[in-house]
Design a protein around this ligand. Structure first.
Ligand SMILES: [Zn+2]
Length: 356
C-alpha cells in the first residue's frame, strides 16, 4: 500500500488529464444505486464495500478487475447512476482544486442495448449514445454548480474493435457538448494495421477530435509506436516503456509528446515493477519530459490527486517539478486555444512564471 497524504494542499490549481469516470464512482453511490435497483452486492455496508473494492497489494491487477466486475453492473444501463457518477466527479474536482479535468469512459461499457451487454445485467434500451448524452448533461450541470471545467474523452476498448467506429461517430456528434478526445483502453496488445481502432482514430483526426491512447504501461515500445504512427495519438496514457527505447525516448523528448502518468496506479497494478524505486517518472522529471500526474481509478486505488503528488515526491520529484507537470497538463490538454490561454494565465498567477 502507499502512504495516504494527510497535510495541507499546497497546490491550489490542478489539472488532471487521465482519470476513468467509472473509476471515480463513490462507494456510497454504488451502494445506494445497488439498493435502489435491487442488485446484490458482496458486502453489507458502504464501509465494507469501500474496503472490498480496494486494491491493497502492489501489482494486483486481479483485484482491480474483480472490483470493476462488482460495481460496473450496478451503474451500467442506468441513467440516474451514470448521471450521478459524472456529476459527483465535478464535486470531487472542486474539493481537490482540480480546475480543469478530462474524464474518460467507454460509452459501450455503460450501455445495455446489446444482446449480451458487457457489464449490464440485462438487455435494455440505454444506448451508448444515451450514455454520452447523460454524461455530457451531468458534466455541464456539475461544472456550473462546482465551478470547475470538466471535458470528456470517449474510450474504444481494445478487445472489442467492433465498437470503435461508433465511438468516433459519438466523438464527432458530441464535440460541441464537451467531448474533446478519443482513447483506447483495455489490455495493451497491438491493434494491427487493419483494425477498426485505427480507422476510428483517423476519423477522429479528420473531424478535429484529439487523440490519446493507453500504451506502453506494461508493454514494450511497440504499442507506443503504433499509437503515434498509426493512430496519430497526441498524448500517451502512461507510456513508461519509452524510457527503455533510446530512439523512441529521443522522439518523445524532441516532439514534446505528452505522457499521462499515474504514479499510484502504476505501483498498484503493475506498470512499475520496482514500485517507487527507479520509477520511470523520476527519469521523466529529470529529463524535462512533457508529462503530467493523474489518479487513473481512484475508487479502487483509494487515491486522490494529492496522494499521487505526494508519492511522486517520495520518488524524488521536487515541488517545482510537480508544478511543472501541472503546467504541462494545461499546455497538452485538449481544451480550446482560448481555454488553454486562460488556464495558463491563471496558473502563472498562482505559481509564477514557468516556461513550457
Ligand atoms: Zn487509464
Amino acid at each position: 500500500m502507499f502512504k495516504k497524504f494527510t497535510g495541507d494542499d499546497h497546490f491550489p490549481y490542478k489539472v488532471e488529464l487521465h482519470v476513468h469516470l467509472d473509476g471515480t464512482m463513490r462507494p456510497q453511490t454504488i451502494f445506494e444505486t445497488a439498493k435502489r435497483r435491487g442488485i446484490q452486492l458482496p458486502t453489507k455496508t458502504v464501509a465494507e464495500l469501500h474496503d472490498y473494492l480496494l486494491v491493497k497489494k502492489t501489482q494486483d491487477l486481479e483485484t482491480l478487475l474483480r472490483s470493476f466486475r462488482t460495481f460496473m453492473p450496478v451503474v451500467a444501463g442506468d441513467r440516474d447512476a451514470v448521471y450521478r457518477m459524472a456529476y459527483e466527479f465535478c464535486e470531487t474536482c472542486s474539493k481537490y482544486n482540480i480546475k480543469y479535468a478530462e474524464a474518460r469512459y467507454s460509452p459501450h461499457l455503460l450501455a445495455n442495448t446489446f444482446a449480451k451487454p458487457y457489464y449490464a445485467l440485462e438487455t435494455g434500451s440505454y444506448s451508448p449514445r444515451d450514455v454520452v448524452t447523460t454524461v455530457s448533461e451531468a458534466l455541464v450541470n456539475g461544472c456550473r454548480d462546482f465551478n470547475v471545467n470538466v471535458k470528456s474523452i470517449l474510450c474504444c476498448y481494445r478487445d472489442t474493435p467492433a465498437w470503435s467506429l461508433e465511438v468516433a461517430e459519438l466523438c464527432r456528434d458530441f464535440k460541441a457538448d464537451g467531448v474533446v478526445g478519443i482513447d483506447v483502453a483495455g489490455p495493451e496488445h497491438l491493434c494491427g494495421k487493419d483494425s477498426p481502432h485505427i480507422a476510428a482514430y483517423l476519423d477522429a483526426e479528420r473531424n478535429g477530435i484529439h487523440r490519446t491512447a493507453h500504451a506502453g504501461e506494461v508493454t514494450p515500445a511497440e504499442t507506443i509506436y503504433e499509437a503515434l504512427d498509426d493512430m496519430h495519438a497526441e498524448r500517451i496514457g502512461h507510456g513508461y516503456s519509452c524510457i527503455n527505447n533510446a530512439d523512441l525516448y529521443r522522439r518523445v523528448k524532441r516532439d514534446r509528446i505528452h505522457l499521462e502518468t499515474c504514479p499510484i496506479s502504476s505501483i498498484m497494478t503493475g506498470g512499475a515493477p520496482n514500485g517507487k524505486i527507479n520509477h520511470p517518472i523520476t527519469r521523466l522529471a529529470q529529463d524535462g519530459v512533457n508529462f503530467s500526474i493523474s489518479t487513473d481509478d481512484p475508487n479502487v486505488l483509494d487515491n486522490n490527486i494529492l496522494d499521487d503528488y505526494s508519492v511522486a515526491m517520495d520518488m524524488g520529484l521536487t515541488r517545482q517539478q510537480i508544478i511543472q507537470s501541472i503546467f504541462n497538463a494545461a499546455q497538452s490538454s485538449f481544451s480550446s486555444d482560448k481555454e488553454k490561454k486562460v488556464m495558463l494565465e491563471e496558473l502563472t498567477k498562482v505559481y509564477g512564471d514557468q516556461s513550457v
